[in-house]
Design a protein. Structure first.
Length: 420
């Protein structure tokens, strides 16, 4: 865990100075956006109860139940395949996206020369059919924020969850979502101010307004990413298969283990399934089955259901490493702690969108509540747009002990507001 945080921080420091033009953005812009108080919305919403110690010498302790947002995802909408306006993402994934598209469409994947990639022509008359490529990538800024107990752990990893170039077979087929009633019944899942709807979740929209068309495409991509089994789309569901981020003792062979302090065998995961393969002596097979079931409940399917996973590194041999892994140091060894959280579903009514490019906003908004002139100051010759998507979280500040339950009261907002 400690190495992961240091490594993540060094990567952030090294690339934070990357310059970005007005039609592009970099991690420095994401860091600046993370400081937006109106997006964080940090509130104390209740009290969590824990049973600490071994009865009859146990006692009940309390911690705060907090609610806030994290900029889990970076969503980019752009005209040409592989030309993500996020500079670092383009440098890493640009060629991969193009290669994926070529493998699906062959010669038709050559930039704006193909009918599929044409959005707005350079002639005086604009095309009425807008097309956008979209990528949804885990935000490294949110990933690094896991270093404190007073923010809920992000479910995001700095990986591409959705790339329209990879999903070309569905994203570029106007009829790929004909099996959804929302695709052909007027008024369902409409985003009225933007002149479009969430369905069908493809890259086409009849629109003369590039920023609004891009916003609709971004909402469609998020709707796919935050849910599981959204066939026929090819993507990685957000939060699905998320294992304990604080446990780095992963073994490539589930049948082998590393030996920790006092001869205990350290924990690991099955490298193929991403599921727990605990081999700590005190962990029962029933516990393994329970943890595996929790691991598979990520993404939209989790809703507001109470979720739990264990934090801590049983192989840590000192208090500093134990604490940094999320465990509790009892003076002799590192004990696992319960991490209890609630992941709310993401819907278009959520005030979750913070534009990063071409205009840097210090607030978040919902696309269904913007004014008619929303796009006036967001026009760009390159037709490239970028947002941070702030996901809503609720969790208990962790402590040593067994979680008993929680109660909620009227939110006390420390940063931002409770305007969810």
């Amino acid at each position: 865990m400690k190495f992961k945080l240091i490594n993540s921080f060094m990567i952030l420091v090294l690339i934070v100075s990357t310059p970005a033009k007005s039609d592009e953005f970099g991690i420095d812009d994401l860091v600046q956006g993370f400081a937006a108080d109106e997006c964080l919305d940090y509130c104390i919403v209740g009290v969590c109860f824990w049973l600490v110690g071994i009865c009859p010498f146990c006692e009940i302790e309390t911690t705060a139940k907090i609610q806030h947002r994290l900029p889990d995802l970076v969503v980019s909408a752009y005209k040409l395949p592989g030309e993500n306006p996020w500079t670092e993402a383009r440098n890493v994934y640009g060629e991969f996206a193009l290669d994926a598209l070529r493998s699906i469409q062959g010669d038709h994947a050559d930039g704006s020369a193909t009918v599929y990639s044409t959005m707005y022509h350079d002639s005086e008359e604009k095309s009425s059919v807008a097309f956008n490529e979209v990528q949804v990538i885990g935000n490294p800024v949110a990933y690094v924020s896991e270093s404190t107990d007073y923010l809920c752990d992000t479910e995001s990893d700095p990986i591409p969850y959705f790339m329209s170039e990879v999903d070309a077979a569905a994203w570029r087929n106007p009829y790929s979502e004909g099996h959804h009633p929302e695709s052909y019944i007027p008024g369902m899942r409409e985003i009225w101010p933007m002149g479009g709807s969430v369905f069908p979740r493809v890259g086409y929209l009849k629109s003369y307004d590039p920023p609004k068309a891009a916003a609709v495409m971004a909402q469609r991509a998020i709707d796919i990413t935050l849910q599981t089994w959204q066939l026929p789309h090819l993507y990685i569901p957000f939060g699905y298969g998320k294992i304990n981020p604080d446990l780095d003792n992963v073994v490539s062979d589930p049948s082998s283990t590393d030996t920790g302090p006092d001869g205990l065998e350290c924990a690991g995961t099955d490298s193929e399934t991403g599921l727990w393969s605990y081999s700590v002596e005190s962990v029962t097979p029933e516990f393994i089955e329970y943890m595996n079931s929790l691991v598979q409940t990520g993404g939209e399917g989790a809703g507001s259901e109470e979720l739990t996973r264990m934090r801590g590194d049983p192989c840590a041999d000192n208090q500093a490493d134990c604490s940094s892994s999320g465990g509790f140091w009892d003076g002799f060894s590192c004990q696992l702690q319960q991490y209890v959280y609630w992941l709310e579903p993401g819907l278009e009514r959520e005030r979750a969108w913070q534009m990063i490019s071409p205009v840097q906003q210090n607030y978040c908004e919902s696309f269904i509540e913007v004014p008619d002139d929303w796009s006036d100051d967001k026009q760009t010759d390159e037709y490239t747009f970028g947002w941070q998507y702030w996901r809503k979280y609720k969790c208990c500040v962790p402590t040593a002990g067994i979680f008993l339950g929680s109660v909620e009261f009227s939110p006390i907002c420390v940063i931002g507001s409770n305007d969810y």
